[in-house]
Structures are given as C-alpha cells and as structure tokens.
Design a binder for this molecule. Sequence first.
Ligand SMILES: [Zn+2]
Length: 642
Amino acid sequence: MKNTPDIAVYCRRWHSCGLVATAAVVAILSLASAAGAAEKVATRLLPSPFKENMLRERRFLVSLEPLALTREFRRNAGFAPLPEDDGILPLGGWEKPGMELRGHTCGHWLSGMASLYEATGDESLRRRAAETVGILRQCQDAMGSGYLSAFPESGIDKTIRGERYWAPWYTLHKILAGLLDQHECCGNPEALEVAARFGDWAAEKVLPLTSEEAANMRKREFGGIAESLLLLSAAVDDPVRAEKYRRAAGVFHDPTVMDPLDRREDRLHGRHANTFIPKVIADMRKWELLGDKAAFDRAHFFWRTVMDGYLYAPGCVSSKEAFRGPGLQGRFVTGMTGETCCTVNLLKLSRRLFAASDDDRERAELADYQERALWNHILGQMNPIDGALTYFLPLETGTYKLQSRPNDCFWCCMGTAMESHTRIHRVVAEDVAGTLYVNHFIPAEIRWRGMTLRLETRFPEEESATLRVIDAPDSRQEAEIAIRLPFWTKDGCGRSSYARYSRIWKRGDALEIPLPCRLRTESIPAAPSRKAVFFGPILLAGRLGVEGIAKNRLRSTNYATHDFAIPPHLASVPLEPLDSWRRIAPPPPPPRDMDGATVETLDFFAHPSFVTPSGLKVSPFWAVHDERHVVYFDEPAAAPAH
Ligand SMILES: [Zn+2]
C-alpha cells in the first residue's frame, strides 16, 4: 500500500465536498466520554529542533544536583547542612534562601525528569529522581505533619489571614505534581506515599477553613493544586482518602472567576492569566475524574473565549501577565507580551480538551492551536547557543527575546520549560477512543497497538511527511489512523480536518502527506493594518540586528522592567508585498555548544527564510535570537513616516 491512499487527492475531495463530507465524517465519529480510556501511545522523538531543545533541557536538568534542589527543604525541616553542601552551587534567583517561591524548581524538576524518562527510557534519570524523592521523604518525616516545602507553613497561614505571601500553594502544587509524575511515569511508589501524606496535610489544612479564610487564601496565585489533589484522589487505593482529597480540591474552586464562566460571560480582561488558566485545567480533571459536566462546559467556554479574543500570533496570551481583550491585542503589543507559563498551560488545557472532544472539527482546531504554540512560542523560547530561556515573548517591533542566566533566575517560566521541552513526544500522536490521531509533523517513532510507526519529515524545510509502518503484528484486526489535514496548506479551505484510514496495517505500508506551504498574513485585532506573516504554520520574524544592544543586555534577571531602548527607526517595519519575497538558501548552522555523541548525530535543521526587496531577512520566529525582531509588520499606508 506504499504511497496509497493519496492523501492529497483525499484532501482536495474533502475541501470541495463541503457539507456533504462533513456529514459523512460526523456519522463515523467515535464518541469520547469522561470515562473513555485511551490506549497507550509511546512516542520517541527523532532528530528535529524539538528534540534538540529536549536534549538541551536534559543537560540542564541533569546539571542540577539533588542536594542543591533540596537544600532549602532540608533547612526548612531542621536538618543541619551536610558537608557535601559545601561543594555544590546553591540555586539562585527565585530559589534563593528567603525567596517566598523557593522549592518550585524541585517540583518542576521531578516532573521534567519523569517526562524525560518516559521520552527516553534512560534509567539514570529515574535513579536520580528517586534519590531526590528519598531526600524529600526524609524532610517530610522530620516535619511530622505531612507538610513538605522549602518555606515554612506560616506562609500558608499568612494567606489564610489575608496577609501577603507570594504564592505558597502555587509552589506546593509544583511539588505535588512532581511527585505524582514520578509515580505515574517512573513507577516510584515512594513518590505516591509522600504525595498522599502531603495530601492528608493539605486536606487538614483547608477543610476546616471558614469561607472567608478560604477566599483570602484563594486571592494568591495557587496554580494547579486543585488539579493535583484530584489526580492524587485517583492514584490512591483508599476511598476515604480519595474523598478527602476531592473535597480539599473543592476548596480551591474560585467563584470570582468561575461564576462568570458559568454564565458564559467573558470577564477575562485584566485578569492575571497564569493564575486563571490552571483553575480551568482543574475543571477538566473534574470532568475526566468525576464526570462534572458543568466543569467541562466552563473549560470549553473559556478555551473558545481565549481562542476567539485573546491570542497573539505565536499562540501566546497576555501583556504584563494579564489577559488583554477581547479583540484588544493590537493595543497591547509590548515588550512584555506572552508569559511563557501561560502558553504551556494553554497547551495542557488543549490536550485535555482534545481527549474529551467528540467532534473532529474541534479536535482539529485544538491541534491547530497546539501547532501554533509549539512552533512559534515554545520552540523559540530556548536559545540554541546556551539553552537560555525567555520569560515573556516580546512582540513589540524592535524588541528582542530577553533570556535567562543559568543560575540566578529560576523563574516560573524556567520551571515550566523543564516540563514543556521534555514532553513534546506526548502530543505528536494521541489515541482517542481507539483512533490514532497524528496531529503534528514532528519526526517521531510511535508505538501503538503493537505497531511501530515512523513519522518521517524535515518539515518545514521539506513540505511533506511520510507515516511509515515499520513493524506490525500478524493480526486481522483493523486499526484506524486519522491524519490531520491542516488549514494552511495551499489546498486548504481555511479549516483543518482529518483524513481517516481504517485497515489491517502491514509492515511497509506508508501514507504520504503533502504539506505545501504558502506565505499568508494574519491581522492583529484592534490594529488591522498590522500583520503577522506565516509560512504554513510557521510565524516569520524580520531580523533587525543588534543596534543599540550591549551584549550583556540580551540576558537579564530583570524581565519586568527591562528597557529595550528601541531605536526610533526600528519601531515600525513596513510590510512589503508577499509575492516579492524570495526564499533564500538555508543559513549555515549557528554556533552550538552542545557536546556529546548523541547530539552530534542530529541533523541540523535549516530554516525556510526569506528576503524582502528592501533586503530585510525574514526567518522563523523560533530561530531568531540575540537580535531585535519584527513580528507585526505595518501595511505601508499605516506605517509612520521616519
Ligand atoms: Zn512564568
């Protein structure tokens, strides 16, 4: 069956059939339900820019010593410093002694190590994480109550009294989530025991609160603690404890933001985005684990509202960390757009909604969002030179990606990076209700239902992909694979869809997937003359050079008040007609500091770059680092005169 069926032909038929094809597809949809169990898909990334980022993140994770990660936990539990501590660099930035958020990195690290283990099967990662869990257990034992944190419990008490403390439950969520990930991905039973004792403490802490005290506590950012308590309730084999954790999760239901969602009102403008999104992810868990339809409806309305009214071109939201909209993004194009944590959390929400959706059109939209955010924000968050990371994704013309320094930042967005760059493998293909949905054109080997499939592509350098059956069991059972047909192809009709193939798959079968790209523009709401340019799904950015940037200004701990000192003549860049843009030869590989045989065997991916008639070089935004950029070009009539 090599080279057949012809997806290009199918695609054209689909797009020309319109409603008739829609009706046919709806008729064969399999309904996913809250209780529907998906089959395991085990995916390993093959060489690509995403895998390179994963390996860079791996190197950073492995560089962090368990004793450094747990130093403040040990101090908080009353342990004296160990002689070995003298030889280990303590963590700085948000992890410094006295910082109220200290300890969050250890939780993200446990999650990142878990997904890396899942992605690679490298036993050394599991052992190192287990060593860390063992130290945390000793800290928990010493504290006696089940509490486990690098800061004292008095931080929580302050928030309950309505006093200020940064975000204690936010940090505790990261630790609980890390423990649960260690249990789920690495099979570490000790991690679940520690998590359950922590859950017992958390329930004792929050269940007796008065409504006023609980409301005080919820005024601080509390991340996904409700989600983790719900996951803990599903992980323990003890109905009494499980019920207790579920009730504790319920204390974190925040009516100030959820009630408007229940009324289908958009009150997002001005709300702190990264405080908001995890509350909605918890709603998805309420749907998955408890069948709470109202929670699903809230999450669904929220997602639709964000997609329709708050997104920027790279798939990010927020300016200065707050939602801006609906439809106001053009008035908030700043150097502080797109906090990366928000995009990571929207990706998480999209994945949960994808698993729950019973509508292929909506699934395709969810995958569209994932693709936009993965290629245009997450991939470009990391600098290939040294693995430095952005906090914000500045979109104001003339700004640049301000990135972290290795040991004196430890921002939230460095923490979520530990997770986002190590779990790309989970979204390439997903099983929903027995169908394998191939969503993203990222090279990968996929094991599913006894088969080994290989998704081969050098997209976007090559505008096609092949899904090849490498191995298949002798079976008479049909299996269904759905390939995403993206809206942005030359043949596309503006809406993505899936082509479904159900058959008895045999070794050597292959599906050829044409992905012809074209240059296209997207306007930003509230400033229609400002346009982002895409090549297929890839957001392009003009390279504006380094004028006015001292070398030490590209890395900073101070993302919140950074002055980009944009030269006036770089504050606006006119959009030249797209048919005059010329594709240029791939640039030479940028300098890289990655060592080791594994990395050297990776192919280096070139970029689909262009040059405009005025000589501006335009490259994928993910590949533009260490220089000023333009993402939103100004149509000439609207461009200010220089
Ligand atoms: Zn962040």
